[in-house]
Write a new protein. Structure first.
Length: 341
């Protein structure tokens, strides 16, 4: 330290015992004020809180959140991203359901397998009561030991791999089928499919539905009109442009998720407004812009997953279940355009 400088004065953080001495009550009474305020008389409560305010005392939230069994009144939600409105709404559903059961949700994000394991391990070490997560990695067996010890685990949007766990997913195959079938019924035979990322469970299922609808009318289920990438840094707009540049471009496009839908709207408005479009996931203002979509309720998906996690706390050894959340086709105009060209 240079001449003339002095170390800052550090005061010890006030303790519960300090508040008890200043307010003239026992430490147990101070603890009761924070844990069970209704069990303390208003005068005593006011005296304790005044002393705490004067001392700038903050209760130990971590300690007060511990149950007698050593677990927190907390659940963890792990997802790859929170920039996507779909996952924000899922988180909202989880939080609402858990809050109704006096549980607090902690959100963590990671978009790679190593990070996924790291944040899940951190949450488990904090003794959370449940882990709800959108699987990213190809192997979740590292959680099997914790499951056997009673940790409640639920996978959302896609099943976990190498792990016995409940899962809550959308009816993805049905959604891919409904989107494509509507376009077929309106006369389209060259129907594109665009998404990024492509190599995930949800897209495998939606593509299977796309193939189902094409196969029903004898159309080839090859990949001439499929554009996608496993590299999320690849712009979806570029994939759509590539489709439109084909010698026989598609007259209609099915989008595999909400990001692809947004990108398709931008490109088609600029280049080919006559191309029919069906998006996956509803979008803000999609009704105003006449965008036909496969719609579902991500908030309800989150609620269902939370209920399953709570059920698993009560029944840790029961048979696991995959719960499939329904989807529906919403016609707004963009998916009902007849083929041109």
């Amino acid at each position: 330290m240079s001449s003339g400088q002095h170390a800052p004065i550090v005061h010890a953080r006030p303790t519960l015992a300090d508040v008890a001495r200043l307010s003239g009550v026992s430490p147990k009474t101070v603890s009761r004020v924070y844990a069970h305020p209704d069990a303390v008389s208003p005068d005593t409560r006011e005296k304790v809180l005044a002393a705490a305010d004067r001392l700038h005392f903050r209760p130990n939230v971590l300690a007060s959140s511990l149950r007698r069994d050593g677990l927190m009144r907390t659940v963890g939600f792990v997802t790859a991203e929170l920039t996507n409105q779909f996952y924000v709404q899922v988180a909202t559903g989880i939080e609402r359901e858990m809050s109704a059961h006096d549980l607090t949700m902690v959100v963590a994000t990671s978009d790679d397998p190593e990070g996924e394991r790291r944040v899940i391990d951190a949450l488990v070490s904090q003794r959370v009561r449940s882990i709800l997560f959108v699987p990213v990695g190809a192997d979740h067996s590292f959680l099997e030991g914790e499951r056997r010890l009673g940790l409640s685990i639920v996978a959302l949007d896609r099943p976990a791999r190498n792990l016995v766990a409940d899962s809550v997913v959308l009816d993805n195959r049905r959604g891919g089928y409904l989107a494509t079938r509507s376009l077929v019924e309106h006369g389209h035979r060259r129907i594109g499919y665009v998404c990024n990322p492509l190599g995930v469970y949800t897209q495998d299922e939606r593509l299977a539905g796309y193939d189902d609808a094409l196969g029903e009318v004898g159309l080839p289920t090859g990949r001439t009109y499929l554009r996608g990438s496993d590299d999320v840094s690849v712009p979806i707009e570029r994939l759509i442009e590539d489709l439109l540049d084909l010698p026989d471009p598609p007259t209609a496009i099915v989008c595999g998720n909400n990001r692809a839908t947004t990108a398709a709207v931008r490109v088609l408005r600029r280049r080919r407004a006559d191309v029919a479009l069906v998006g996956y996931d509803d979008l803000d203002l999609a009704d105003m812009f006449g965008i036909s979509v496969i719609r579902h309720d991500p908030v309800e998906l989150g609620r269902i997953a939370a209920r399953r996690a709570l059920h698993r706390l009560d029944d840790p050894t029961g048979a696991t279940e995959m719960i499939v959340v329904p989807v529906e086709y919403v016609a707004r105009g963009s998916g009902e355009r007849p083929p041109v060209g």
